[in-house]
Write a protein that binds this ligand. Structure first.
Ligand SMILES: C[S@@+](CC[C@H](N)C(=O)[O-])C[C@H]1O[C@@H](n2cnc3c(N)ncnc32)[C@H](O)[C@@H]1O
Length: 219
């Protein structure tokens, strides 16, 4: 019992430290680019995150089906990429697009280390995705939307590359300094022609899944 209490206390303190560092990074970030700096990549994979946002249970809500082609926008160093690529199986394909070449380099090494062969890491921008129209079954992004300067344009790009009936999955988690509130995500996606299918609430965030709507985006 005492050991459990100590572990919980450690997790809470560690999470508070991570939050403080993230807030510090926020103040630094706006001096330069908006994307999460490469030097802060360790914030994206650590014990407190594994407790607060476990990989497997989070990925369970993304609609990852064997044999599908999936886009991961803004994978960073790949906290979710290995698990998603494995779930897709040898017939499936994971395309990872990140604006920072250093993140893609780290992700590439991680995939190699883990023996993942069905993932394709690419440097690219959410505002002009390097993918063909209607080419992916599912696109997911975790704590990325708030870093993109023109969110409606990014959502229009995601809509363009998704197949009819495709799924867009957006996850936001505190204490991300660019955290997007559920209402904001829902309204932005609706205006971009997506229909809300599911809203998974979590302790420090949420996942919303959307389907590509039939009609044109709302102006
Ligand atoms: C906070 S990190 C999240 C990384 C990963 N999704 C995770 O949850 O561990 C945000 C990532 O999005 C990427 N990113 C930011 N703006 C982007 C854009 N316009 N196009 C593509 N990637 C972008 C950043 O380079 C960074 O790797």
């Amino acid at each position: 019992m005492r050991a459990l209490f100590l572990l919980l206390r450690f997790v809470v303190v560690a999470w508070a430290v991570v939050s403080a560092l993230l807030l510090y990074s926020l103040t630094q970030r706006y001096k330069s680019s908006r994307a999460c700096p490469y030097s802060w990549r360790w914030m994206l994979d650590n014990l407190p995150r594994r407790v607060v946002q476990p990989v497997r249970s989070t990925v369970d809500s993304f609609h990852i089906d064997k044999g599908h082609t999936v886009l991961e926008l803004g994978p960073g160093p790949g906290y979710f990429s290995v698990e998603v690529a494995r779930r897709l199986g040898p017939e499936g394909r994971l395309v990872c697009v990140d604006i920072q070449p250093e993140m893609i380099g780290t992700l590439r090494r991680r995939l190699l280390r883990e023996g993942v062969t069905n993932a394709l890491p690419m440097v690219g921008d959410a505002l002009g995705l390097p993918l063909a129209d209607r080419s992916v079954d599912c696109a997911f992004l975790v704590t990325v939307l708030g870093e993109v300067p023109d969110r409606p344009k990014a959502l229009a790009e995601l809509r363009r590359v998704l197949k009819p009936g495709g799924i867009l999955s957006i996850t936001e988690t505190l204490p991300d300094p660019d955290y997007q509130f559920p209402d904001v995500v829902r309204d932005l996606c609706r205006a971009s022609g997506f229909r809300l299918l599911e809203h998974h609430r979590r302790l420090l965030g949420f996942t919303m899944n959307f389907a590509v709507g039939e009609g044109a985006p709302t102006p």
